[in-house]
Design a binder for this molecule. Structure first.
Ligand code: CDP
Ligand code: CDP
Length: 238
């Protein structure tokens, strides 16, 4: 069977990383979390005291920064990490999962030069197919020719509650309204930015998993992927 490129896009907390990771495991594909790359660059900018709105400095920073995604170690999997993230050779998998880094990531993600560099890196990492990549612009910009595109969504209340529960499990004392505001503010910025905004690609399948679990959602996507694989195999034989 031919190996597909599967693009999963959607807002914060819609289940992209959990579902994409599961889909990749079921299909024997590579899983890649593009948001982790924006988060890693944001972490570096914060550490260097660079404003996440400073276009010039961030363009240069992105150019001199090496970000690598690797399969998670068992230790990382235990704390819910779906990819290990290395920033200039140093593991920052845990450090990038804070609301502060998430906000900074969504601010620097509005900068065209930053996106250009990270998108090129994502295209290199996913070249060859057999990959599930998730983010905001995978089906529209990174892999516009992906054989299967999913727009994953859930209600804002459900998405905020999912994120809040994660923070609770890590012992972070954020209230549900605080997490709700963070998620909504970031969504708004991601949907309204000029460069590669979060939009559903015209040919993406909309999957609303507000009332669905990770396993159920992943199985639905795997079903769609198998159908695409069969269609492509048939077209190849014709
Ligand atoms: O990557 P994204 O921000 O879209 O979402 P995620 O990190 O995969 O999921 C956020 C949280 O929601 C995780 O703790 C998942 O386990 C949980 N989740 C869920 O409970 N039900 C789903 N259908 C999807 C995700
Ligand atoms: O896990 P969650 O959905 O909360 O966020 P993420 O996927 O880790 O992405 C963090 C931020 O990076 C997002 O709010 C976007 O602003 C940005 N991002 C993007 O612009 N394009 C992508 N392909 C992935 C993430």
């Amino acid at each position: 069977m031919p190996k597909l490129t599967i693009a999963i896009d959607g807002p914060a907390g819609s289940g992209k990383s959990s579902v994409a990771r599961h889909v990749a495991a079921l299909l024997g594909y590579l899983y890649l979390d593009s948001g982790a790359m924006y988060r890693a660059l944001a972490l570096k900018a914060l550490r260097h005291g660079i404003s996440p709105d400073d276009e010039n400095k961030l363009g240069s920073l992105a150019k001199e920064t090496h970000i690598e995604l690797r399969a998670p170690t068992p230790e990382h999997e235990q704390v819910g990490a779906k990819n290990c993230v290395f920033l200039d050779g140093v593991d920052v998998t845990k450090e990038i999962r804070t609301p502060e880094v998430a906000q900074a990531a969504s601010r620097l993600a509005t900068i065209a030069r930053v996106r250009e560099l990270l998108v090129a890196e994502q295209q290199r990492a996913g070249a060859g197919g057999g990959v599930v990549m998730e983010g905001r612009d995978i089906g529209t910009v990174v892999f516009p020719d992906a054989e299967l595109k999913i727009f994953l969504d859930a209600s804002p209340e459900e998405r905020a509650e999912r994120r809040w529960k994660e923070h609770q499990e890590k012992g972070e004392r954020l209230t549900l309204p605080e997490v709700f505001d963070e998620v909504i503010e970031r969504d708004k910025r991601d949907r309204e930015r000029k460069v590669s905004p979060l939009v559903r690609a015209a040919d993406a399948v909309l999957v609303d998993n507000t009332a669905m679990g990770i396993e159920e959602t992943a199985r639905l996507i795997v079903m769609l992927a198998k159908e695409r694989e069969r269609e492509l195999a048939k077209a190849g034989r014709a």
